[in-house]
Design a protein around this ligand. Sequence first.
Ligand code: PAF
Length: 287
Amino acid sequence: MRIVTTIADVRTAVRDAKSAGRAVSFVPTMGALHGGHASLLHRARKEGSFVVASIFVNPLQFNDPNDLAAYPRTAEADEALCKSAGVDLVWRPTAETIYPADFDTRVEPGKLAAGLEGLHRPGHFGGMATVVLKLLNVVTPDVAFFGLKDFQQFAIVRRMVRDLDVPVKIVGCPTVREEDGLAMSSRNAKLSPESRMLAAHLSRVIHAAARAMRSGERADRARDLAFSDLSSQSAIEIEYLEVVDRDSLLPVVDEPTANAVVLVAAVVGGIRLIDNVEVVPRDKDSS
Ligand code: PAF
């Protein structure tokens, strides 16, 4: 496994791999890697013969400077995880490499970015889409992998790639969970033991809502029940709990719920967590 920082080194390594006939798969990350990232890397290993991972904490997608400063940075452990997952090339750019002093361009996602996370984290998706487009333009992978835990992010990236004709296949991979159901996240390490127990309730509540809809419950009723269950926990501050269509991300009320996804964002013991579950899970990874 090679670790590089410059755009020129990435381009050379990818060009050599492609001229040797290798398919390039790519996993963009912000580091603090966990089991969820490992599953993306393993999937990338299966699908491509040259695996690239990027590790870059993207300042442009943090609307809160404290959140950026507090973001966990675990360089050595990240490199070890990449190595054991069979990554060929780790790209660890500096902020100046990605955003030189005169950098002046932003990607502005449309309607898909308007609600949910978009309402609570202004500017987040513009910053995320800008860096993802830049990373894709440098790495030029055949296929790139994103976790479905960041459901709205996946929908926005997929649409951006389609709208802007970026020649890459985008694959969404299922959320990886701890034994008690808590979705794996870099933020989980910051939970106190009490908050960690409570955090698993997010997953229980949205899975119960999805089960209810699968058995014929209306989306608005399932959502309201889930909301009142979660609100009964005073240590959980709900930011949103919504049932939306998985493609348009528009609210589902009493329409058929086969295409619906339940999404939640909440602050548990000072740590902001997100999770989601599709009412009818897709058979395989979505692309
Ligand atoms: O999901 C993430 O870790 C980030 O949003 C991404 C896609 C690496 C862009 O910075």
